[in-house]
Design a protein around this ligand. Structure first.
Ligand SMILES: Cc1ncc(COP(=O)(O)O)c(C=O)c1O
Length: 372
């Protein structure tokens, strides 16, 4: 029997003031609207959606996405796949190459239990190591060739290098080629015109290579690409079969600045004012350990002219110009929108889910911290 929760733990039905801080708050209705908006836009374009769980890292959100019609999900890391597959989300594409003996040993154990998990490869050496590990464990894996369509991160080059890799894969009995992945991460936050122009180039590289692979006799069922910034552009390009957006579920400051209000902010962080020692400044209990800053500072919600800056690991400072009508005393609360959700979510254990101002669920962020 689990012990009774302590008296200060928030109960279902509580309002947000019952939460200790800093805590992540999910607006359930906004989350559902974001999912519905994305699925209906992309469904109308005839592509499958395989949302990326590197953002939400949460089995409950994966289940909402699957119930809304997602064909499966993506994860970035083997550790995320382990946690989410055990939680029942088994149709996963791991979008990052897996290398090194410790990981290959974990991967074979995972594939033995969840054979539908798909992998990406971008080199013959990587593919051989993967093949040998799987063959030694008497299992097989379905793989996509990861293509560099302009991001210059991972990926075999389109065209001849991809064909060479496919030929090498054909000789590796534990691996079955099923498709290609080409993620154009460099374009997600680009200005509209650049995003549109350069994603068309990236999609041509991706789908032309898919066609060349098929012409050479290889199996290419899946052509997977796209993120929140480009999914609709990718989906309109003939030959793309599925898209991988992740951030749309919650949105963040960086994406709002880039793509506007197409999706709503569905995630905020609630913090408490702990000190107000100077005019036009207040100190809150949320610093670098609660809000990531790789995409700039978080934005106070509903407080025009209010600025936030981290003031160390545990502290943050709110500041505002003279003439603005703000005044805080310790114990006051404010909410902030993260500038980058993936790296902020990574810092927290759970989502507090609110609907009509009442706590309706606490969802574990089961894959948080799973960087291996
Ligand atoms: C391979 C891959 N696909 C899809 C995504 C999803 O992108 P976003 O969260 O911008 O929608 C990412 C994000 O980094 C990614 O690395």
């Amino acid at each position: 029997m689990s012990p009774d929760p302590p008296p200060w733990a928030p109960r279902l039905g509580a309002d947000p003031s019952a939460l200790d801080t800093p805590s992540l708050i999910v607006d359930r209705q906004a989350l559902l609207r974001n999912i519905e908006a994305l699925m209906s836009r992309l469904g109308a374009l005839g592509v499958s959606v395989r949302p990326h769980l590197k953002t939400a890292k949460c089995a409950e959100i994966a289940r909402l996405l699957l119930a809304a019609g997602a064909r499966g999900c993506c994860v970035a890391k083997l550790g995320e796949a382990e946690v989410l597959a055990e939680a029942g989300v088994g149709d996963l594409l791991i979008t990052t190459e897996i290398a090194g003996q410790p990981k290959l040993a974990r991967l074979t154990a995972l594939l033995a239990r969840h054979p539908q998990i798909k992998l990406v490869v971008d080199s013959t050496a990587g593919a051989r190591a993967l093949n040998d590990a799987l063959a030694a464990a008497r299992c097989r894996g379905e793989v996509l060739i990861d293509l560099d369509v302009g991001q210059r991160r991972t990926g075999a080059l389109p065209g001849a290098p991809a064909l060479e890799l496919a030929a090498a894969l054909a000789a590796l009995p534990a691996l079955q080629l099923v498709g290609v992945q080409g993620y154009e991460g460099h374009l997600q936050l680009a200005p509209d015109a650049e995003r549109e122009r350069d994603s068309a180039t990236a999609m041509r590289l991706l789908t032309d290579t898919a066609a060349q692979l098929r012409a050479a006799g290889h199996r290419v069922d899946i052509v997977s690409t796209g993120g929140t910034g480009t999914a609709e552009l990718c989906a309109r390009h003939a030959g793309v079969t599925e898209v991988q957006p992740g951030s749309f579920v919650f949105m963040d400051g960086a994406y709002r600045r880039a793509i506007g209000t197409k999706y709503e902010h569905a995630l905020s962080l609630v913090a408490t004012v702990i000190s107000a020692p100077r005019p036009r400044e207040a100190v809150i209990d949320a610093g670098l350990k609660a809000l990531s800053t790789d995409s700039g500072p978080a934005e106070p919600k509903g407080l025009p002219g209010m600025r936030y800056r981290p003031a160390g690991d545990e502290h943050g400072i709110l500041s505002w110009d003279e003439g603005l009508p703000y005044a805080f005393t310790p114990g006051d609360r404010i909410e902030l929108y993260p500038s980058h959700i993936d790296t902020t979510v990574h810092l927290h254990d759970s989502y507090h889910v609110f609907d009509a101002g009442r706590l309706v669920a606490v969802w574990p962020i089961a894959a948080r911290g799973k960087v291996q």
